[in-house]
Ligand binder design. Structure first.
Ligand code: 6R9
Length: 675
């Protein structure tokens, strides 16, 4: 068995050690051929021998063509691997990435007519995969599972698509999906895609306020949710959260026609779910009554497929818009080569990401389905009922490709779990396992993987995302926007467009241009810092803006700050990221409080609660640091650089503090920092 682990989210250098508990680690260390460079790991011959891209030579040949002739490279793939009702016009792509040369524009396959759902399902069924399992579903509770073949999945998707059409949802409308990892989540995405409707999936860990904000922004006709979900030992009443969000959004003048609610098998009686007659409809009462075939709405390659909100450096989340054709070609191709997926193999694939994030869109639903893969969808928490759960799932479904956030290793693979595995009597001979680990760098905005070691092709350096994917031209620029060559570090930008690039921010093209294309004219700016070593390997060094990444969840510090200052007793807040053993980054909040109130444990708790309520539990600060005052420049700007150092307890690295308006503030903060 080849287990292939792919990680996303942030650097995993620190976690490599904890992966010693992962059985396949035997290969990372064992089979790895010692190289001159101590930290280089060569792909094993066995893996390379059967890989799609078996050598550096092959990679370079394809990469070169993808850069010298993007139109030829991508149109060959688009035509040979996917179905188009009508081919695009003369231009495969057209782009302007330079703010000084008019509006930013990226188009791929414009004029081409296709459909994402057709390509994921009908096309594969026509190719004989109808009886292949498309989705396995594993419940939060061990022992409960289900599955759907490609044909059955198509039936379910068509029923929902027909229902949505019957209530007047039309091409170009939006549907908000607020569901946990049930099969109904990918079904909802595919049903929307089938009828040309944009889905906007909102991670079911977001609070009612966050959900309301997204509903107000994209004004959906329908919200799809479920009554309850169990995550670990906790029962979460999702429908109540939706109800609260709909009250909020109505205040802003946005109300919806239908709240389609899936009755998630539970001990809960239907009657105990709060219900608004006329608006709320049980999924099970209507959807199964619709026909299992539904005509495809053929769309232009540049028609939007979905929007997905993500955090930026200001408070308001951004609705990232991906269109149909380019995103389809890009996710299909990155899945195939990035995960070395071959049709002939009985590969079962598990991506632990939630469909509420981009990783779930591209590598739970679309990428794998486009390739006719079998995907495991897991409802629950990685450490429930114990830390061995992930391994149990890998084992149960014989998962061969495992895509996860690096932090998961720490939480789920303890020594104990391995012993449990051993005592379960699984005859796993460590030397028989081959496990290339792929570190994949990409973003919600990029649609798919951008920098990654193609397994089999490259010697890897743990902690480096290695080399660009086909068609991607990463560049490192200095603060003046000049490209730097060779060994260097600076800001990571991308030159030229690639098919999976996002096209705009929903309803705000100007913000799209300002945020991503104005900082370094001529390039797409990623917001990440990066260095390149003497061998050309890329090393991501973290965000250079005010965005932090907590357990793979992207959070804007400004969002957390605005939640904190909404608390009546909080005067000011400044949030920074701090290294966190388990989560990668933790949230560290400095707060000043209003006069006449004294800081207390109770106040700390209610500040944390304010963030949980306004954003979601995953954004709760790990540390609240009470501050009599915040360090500011004379012009009143908070000096975050200093706060980051204080949060990291690097008191002797504060740097230049001469521009501080009040010099005593820093000493006060250090005195209050504790250990
Ligand atoms: C796919 C996804 C994007 C941000 C990105 C960067 C960080 C992602 C990484 C990584 C280091 C990697 N990031 N992959 N940092 N190494 N392999 O996570 O999208 O939620 O939009 O986050 O995540 O900082 O800018 P998204």
């Amino acid at each position: 068995i080849i287990v292939f682990v792919v990680v996303v989210g942030h650097r995993w250098t620190r976690q490599v050690e904890s992966m010693a508990y992962f059985p396949s680690n035997a290969v990372i260390l064992g089979e790895a051929i010692a190289s001159e460079e101590k930290d280089m790991v060569l792909p094993s011959h066995d893996f390379s021998g059967q890989a799609l891209i078996p050598s550096q030579h092959k990679y370079l040949e394809m990469y070169r063509r993808s850069i010298e002739d993007p139109a030829g490279f991508w149109s060959d793939i688009a035509l040979s691997e996917l179905y188009w009702k009508k081919k695009w016009g003369d231009e495969v792509y057209s782009e302007n990435l330079h703010v000084n040369q008019g509006n930013i524009k990226i188009q791929w396959f414009k004029g081409g007519i296709t459909n994402m759902c057709y390509n994921c399902l009908d096309r594969n069924i026509h190719a004989g995969l109808g009886n292949k399992i498309a989705l396995y579903w594993e419940s939060n509770e061990p022992g409960f599972d289900s599955h759907l073949t490609y044909s059955h999945l198509l039936h379910r998707v068509c029923q929902l698509a027909n229902y949505l059409k019957s209530i007047g949802v039309r091409k170009g409308d939006a549907v908000v999906v607020y569901l946990p990892m049930l099969l109904e989540l990918p079904i909802s995405m595919l049903a929307c895609a089938r009828i040309g409707v944009l889905h906007s999936v909102v991670f079911a860990g977001f609070s009612s306020d966050s959900l309301a904000q997204r509903i107000v922004d994209c004004k959906p006709k329908v919200v799809i949710t479920c009554n309850v979900v169990k995550r670990g030992p906790k029962t979460i009443h999702l429908k109540d959260i939706v109800d609260a969000a709909l009250i909020e959004s109505a205040k802003d003048g946005v109300s919806i026609d239908v709240c389609l609610t899936y009755d998630n098998q539970s001990t809960l009686k239907r009657e105990s779910t709060k219900w608004q007659e006329g608006r709320d409809i049980w999924w099970q009462d209507v959807v199964p009554t619709y026909p299992t075939t539904c005509e495809v709405e053929w769309v232009d390659a540049e028609d939007p497929l979905f929007l997905l909100y993500t955090s930026g450096s200001t408070g308001r989340p951004k609705g990232v818009v991906h269109t149909t054709g380019g995103y389809m070609v890009y996710t299909a191709t990155t899945f195939k080569y990035g995960f070395d997926y071959k049709e002939s193999d009985v590969y079962w694939y598990w991506c632990t990401a939630d469909c509420g994030w981009i990783t779930g869109h591209s590598y739970v639903t679309y990428g794998p389905m486009l390739n006719g893969a079998t995907v495991v969808v897991y409802e629950g928490a990685p450490n429930y009922p114990d830390s061995g759960r992930c391994w149990d799932i890998v084992d149960k479904y014989k998962v061969t490709i495992f895509y996860t956030a690096p932090t998961l290793y720490v939480t789920s693979y303890s020594r104990k779990s391995l012993r449990v595995l051993g005592s379960a009597g699984e005859p796993i001979n460590p030397s028989a396992w081959r496990c290339p680990i792929s570190d994949t760098w990409w973003q919600t905005e990029t649609g798919g993987i951008m920098i990654t070691p193609l397994p089999g092709a490259w010697p890897q350096k743990p902690g480096s995302a290695t080399f660009p994917f086909f068609g991607v031209q990463p560049v490192i620029v200095d603060e003046n926007g000049n490209e730097i060559d060779g060994e260097c570090s600076g800001y990571l930008c991308v030159k030229g467009s690639w098919p999976g690039a996002f096209r705009t921010l929903y309803g705000d093209h100007e913000r799209y241009e300002t945020t991503y294309f104005r900082p370094f004219p001529g390039y797409y700016f990623t917001g990440d810092g990066c260095s390149r070593d003497k061998d050309g390997y890329y090393w991501l060094t973290g965000r250079v803006d005010d965005v932090i990444n907590v357990s793979g969840h992207r959070i804007g510090t400004a969002e957390v700050e605005s939640a904190l200052v909404s608390h009546p007793q909080c005067a000011e807040a400044a949030v920074v990221g701090v290294e966190h053993e388990v989560k990668g980054q933790g949230i560290y909040a400095f707060v000043t409080i209003v006069e006449g109130v004294s800081y207390s444990e109770q106040l700390r708790k209610s500040l944390v609660l304010a963030v949980r309520n306004q954003i979601g539990a995953f954004a709760a600060p790990d540390k609240i640091h009470w501050a009599p005052a915040l360090p500011k420049t004379r012009s009143g700007k908070i000096m975050r650089r200093i706060l980051r150092k204080i949060a990291a307890r690097q008191f002797d690295e504060l740097g230049d503090t001469s521009t501080l308006a009040e010099s005593g503030v820093v000493d006060q903060l250090i005195a209050l920092a504790g250990s």
